[in-house]
Design a binder for this molecule. Structure first.
Ligand code: ADP
Ligand code: ZN
Length: 716
């Protein structure tokens, strides 16, 4: 047995294990060899089971070695995880206050680290080598290598210079929708490969299936790996090894591709950098956009954040010199920006009220009215279809009706496990597939959009047994339904989480829309980004107001971006584009600036508000969220942590502790939720969070879950 240097003690090794605990576990090293390198996987005993952890190096403290267990086996000769990636994940875990073991386990393909018996057996028996299942992305033919526009030339030469210099340089590429950013990305990647280094390209989750991946596949047949949520486990593992071995030199992928084992990175591109899907919503709540900048720094790479509607924070960073700003202000080719019109829905409500009065007595006079369709949009759709062009309708809410209530007793149908009203999905095939037809006889189902629980759509009230149950509000399903009635003989497709369960289906729909086989595409935010439809002439934004009426500091930013992005789908070829936004808040600056295609003005109004209220980028936010099955337990723990925070903050002026309060969604999946928001300058906020993180273990009982969300985007 090897002894620890200069002592008579056996060598002890620290191991990172995929369990929620702080710090490594220490084991005895029973072999005659020296310790393997950091990053090598080890088979370890834990209680009565065996787990797979990672060698982190010799233990410095001498514990009572007789109580320690022996490492069972070294899983591979070479360290699995390259050193650079290991340091990067370690940094990310500490920045987001997430334990290192689970962070590593989530950053690696499933089964590489394991804490359960089954997973460990699989990892040890079958190994984690390259899978046999390869997969190919359909090359979205983009054979024509066009002459670059002057703006593209300028931007590209800047980026190329930085790539050649080979030192960390962050850029914000503000190029309006349709300005041809993808072409710039591809040329920059070509340049990076030619200079002998590798490239990492991140795209938002949804458009992964869209054209960017297809264009890259068309241009770079060799050495390209695509990573997204549509891959099977086996395919993911296979891609991982292709990258690890150096066979793949370009990685295009969604959020989690930020942890790809790519080495010698010269260029990191984040397309649509403003997109909130870069932020992981649960468990390891990292933001891949922010991490990309850090990975680029660690690798000495050029980082390009690209967007037609940059996040307020990134634009602020560009104006303040933290990033270098590159701009493309014109659309490429023949394309022109679409005209954007606002339909003021308030007029309609006043008129309607008058009409309703007039019509009183004449029963059913307006019963055939389609609530989401203004007459301007109706006419625009008709003339667009007559001209042989296509329509896209955007509504960020799925389902048929938003809520269901009893007209006799006023009872609103709610989820039993969540404090949330149920939406009615009338004929949804994807949802209905999970339904037990014996139990669910009614038309469609009621669905909780938070926990996914389904309930029968009863004809009667479950409280008073009244028979006058009514559904109210509309979602994409109703819009699609009404569209066919309003415009008979047309073809409609819907893209939302109900209809596109998997990548292939979505790809098929987008493909036939692109080819002109569908007249109207209706969808949620899934359709807003990254797609290019040459024959699309009209975009209707149906009810953007609901995005403004949420208690989140970035609500206006998010709504502006969605509108600008969805509007950006129109007029991307020689076909002239028209966008109609229906709103009850026509004077809101997000609406006005989206209409005028005026990002700069939006930014100036928004940044002034942020400064006045001390929101990011003028401060850091951290949301400490607690949840428990018992309300009192969650509340008590929240008060304790708030106390820790207050004491740690002392009477500092540069830090604000908000709460603890019940979360706006007070109960989800049978757990009561509380939150504590910390706001202030970077350093004191981090000091305070470290203190909370350190004290959680001793102060909070294990039946209360505590999650620290750094730079949160979700406040519900
Ligand atoms: P963005 O990502 O900036 O919104 P895209 O990269 O999707 O824009 O490009 C928009 C359209 O412009 C695409 O149809 C693309 O083929 C076309 N395009 C790009 N570069 C050029 C160019 N230099 N000349 C003509 N058309 C171009
Ligand atoms: Zn629920």
């Amino acid at each position: 047995m090897v002894k620890a240097a200069g002592t008579d003690h056996p060598l002890l090794v620290n191991c990172i294990v995929p369990l929620h605990m702080q710090g490594p576990l220490t084991y005895r090293w029973p072999f005659d060899t020296t310790l393997p390198e950091r990053g090598t996987r080890l088979l370890l005993p834990l209680g009565h089971r065996r787990i797979v952890g990672i060698c982190w190096g010799p233990a410095r403290e001498f514990l009572d070695e007789s109580r320690l267990k022996d490492v069972l086996k070294v899983m591979e000769e070479q360290p699995l995880i390259p050193g650079g990636l290991l340091n990067f994940i370690e940094w990310a875990a500490s920045y987001y206050y997430y334990p290192l073991g689970p962070a590593l386990s989530e950053a690696l393909p499933a089964g590489f680290l394991s804490a359960t018996r089954k997973a460990t057996e699989q990892a040890t028996d079958r190994g984690i080598g390259p899978g046999r299942s390869r997969f190919d992305v359909k090359a979205w033919s983009h054979g024509t290598v066009r002459k670059l526009t002057a703006e593209q030339e300028n931007v590209l030469s800047e980026i190329a210079k930085a790539v050649t210099a080979g030192v960390f340089s962050p850029y914000l590429l503000f190029g309006i929708t349709g300005s041809g950013k993808t072409e710039v990305y591809m040329r920059a990647v070509e340049h990076c490969l030619a200079s002998g280094r590798n490239a990492l390209v991140l795209v938002p989750e949804i458009s992964m299936t869209g054209q960017i991946a297809g264009w890259f596949a068309g241009r770079f047949a060799q050495g390209l790996s695509l990573l997204h949520s549509g891959l099977t486990r086996e395919q993911r593992r296979d891609q991982w090894w292709k990258i690890r071995s150096g066979e793949s030199r370009i990685v295009v992928g969604a959020r989690s591709a930020i942890f790809a084992p790519l080495q010698n990175i010269g260029l990191v591109i984040i397309d649509e950098e403003h997109d909130p899907s870069y932020k992981q919503a649960d468990k390891f709540k990292y933001n891949a956009r922010d991490l990309a900048v850090m990975r680029g720094r660690m690798e000495g790479a050029t980082v390009v954040l690209g967007s037609g509607t940059p996040s307020v924070t990134s634009y602020f960073n560009a104006l303040s010199g933290k990033y270098c700003l590159l701009e493309m202000k014109e659309r490429a080719g023949d394309a022109r920006l679409p005209s954007v019109e606002i339909v003021d829905r308030r007029v309609r409500s006043r008129k309607k009220r008058r009409d309703v009065k007039k019509d009183a007595g004449r029963s059913g006079a307006r019963s055939d009215e389609t609530p989401w369709l203004s007459s301007r949009l109706r006419h625009a759709i008709s003339s667009t279809l007559e001209a042989g062009h296509q329509v896209l309708l955007f509504l960020n809410r799925r389902g048929f009706a938003t809520y269901v209530f009893c007209q006799e007793c006023g009872h609103v149908f709610k989820c039993r496990s969540c404090d949330v009203v149920l939406a009615w999905h009338r004929g949804n095939k994807a949802l209905l597939r999970n339904v037990d037809t014996e139990k669910f006889k009614g038309p469609g189902v009621l669905c909780c959009h938070y926990c996914g629980q389904l309930y029968p759509a009863l004809p009667a009230c479950d409280k008073c047994s009244g028979q006058a149950v009514r559904a109210s509000g509309f979602g994409t399903e109703k819009v699609a339904n009404d569209f066919l009635q309003e415009f008979p003989g047309t073809t409609v497709a819907r893209i939302d989480r109900d209809t596109v369960g998997h990548r292939k289906k979505m790809e098929r729909i987008l493909h036939s829309f692109r080819k002109g086989e569908i007249d109207c595409l209706i969808g949620t935010q899934m359709i807003t980004k990254g797609h290019d439809f040459p024959n699309l002439a009209l975009v209707g934004v149906i009810a953007p107001d609901m995005g403004l009426n949420v208690p989140e500091y970035c609500a206006a930013e998010r709504t502006f971006q969605l509108m600008a992005q969805v509007a950006g789908r129109a007029g991307r070829s020689a076909v002239k584009g028209r966008v109609i936004i229906q709103t009850y808040m026509p004077d809101h600056y997000a609406m006005e600036c989206a209409t005028a295609h005026d990002y700069r003005r939006f930014y100036e109004i928004e940044i002034a508000k942020r400064e006045a209220l001390g929101y990011p980028p003028f401060s850091r936010l951290v949301n400490v969220r607690l949840s428990a099955a018992k309300k009192a337990a969650a509340e008590e723990a929240a008060l304790k942590l708030a106390d820790v925070a207050e004491k740690a903050a002392g009477n500092r002026k540069d830090i604000i502790i908000l709460g603890p309060v019940q979360s706006p969604l007070a109960r989800i999946s049978s757990r009561y939720r509380y939150q504590l928001m910390i706001k202030g300058a970077m350093k004191p906020v981090r000091r305070l969070c470290s203190e909370i993180d350190r004290r959680v273990g001793s102060l909070v009982p294990s039946n209360v879950r505590v999650e620290i969300d750094v730079d949160p985007l979700n406040f519900m």
